[in-house]
Design a protein around this ligand. Structure first.
Ligand SMILES: [Zn+2]
Length: 221
């Protein structure tokens, strides 16, 4: 899908990537499409995630439907960094009264392994974190946690395999001193990755650790 859109974007740079309507002072995706994305309405759903050890809160703005999947694919693999800003701000607007923003000392993107970051040129979660930081006024610390071990893709793995795959792959870079962290990522499915990241932070003295993701797949849907 993304590859088909690429030439279109080059020819008509001011068209919405979802509905191809003319963009007026907006970027990449039109306001109507953005407002039409399926809200989860889940609130804090940490206890319903499959894996939540180390996590004190989980929020996900949208269901990972076809449209959201397309946007995230464009952000991650097609170089549409500006989409990160649109999605991050949309998630913030949706959850502005839901998340206790002032309780968090910092936002931290779930990191990519440096090899993957080099391949992609940027970490999409860091782009999202900067967008959320810009509107929430919570500062962003992109170097708070690093991914020091290469892990295979989580796709197609069982929950147990996912946990085993990511556990111990993150390392906190400095002592937490009880500070509270809101992790930012694009998609949360089982929670295994965010949980591994949270555990690394907590073992280094961080207080509450929660995660905000743009999307989550609808169970059974
Ligand atoms: Zn549109």
């Amino acid at each position: 899908m993304g590859l088909l859109l690429r030439p279109l974007e080059l020819l008509f740079p001011s068209l919405c990537v979802l509905c191809t309507s003319q963009l007026e002072g907006e970027q990449v995706v039109c306001g109507r499409c953005l407002e039409g994305l399926p809200e989860t309405g889940l609130g804090c759903w940490v206890t319903d995630t499959s894996v939540h050890e180390g996590l004190d809160g989980v929020w996900s703005a949208f269901w990972y439907d076809e449209q959201v999947q397309r946007l995230i694919h464009l952000l991650k693999y097609e170089g549409y960094r500006r989409l990160g800003r649109r999605l991050g701000e949309a998630a913030y607007r949706l959850l502005v009264d839901e998340i206790p923003w002032s309780q968090f000392d910092m936002l931290a993107p779930i990191p990519l392994h440096r090899t993957k970051k080099r391949e992609r040129g940027y970490n999409q979660s860091a782009v999202l974190a900067r967008a959320v930081g810009g509107v929430s006024s919570v500062r962003v610390d992109a170097g708070l946690v690093v991914r020091h071990r290469w892990t295979q893709s989580q796709t197609g793995l069982s929950i147990e395999e996912r946990c085993e795959n990511v556990l111990g792959s993150f390392r906190s870079t400095r002592p937490g001193g009880g500070k509270n962290v809101l992790l930012i990522d694009d998609v949360l499915s089982t929670g295994a990755t965010a949980s591994a990241c949270a555990q690394a932070l907590k073992s280094n003295g961080y207080g509450e650790v929660a995660v905000l993701t743009i999307a989550t797949p609808q169970k059974g849907g």
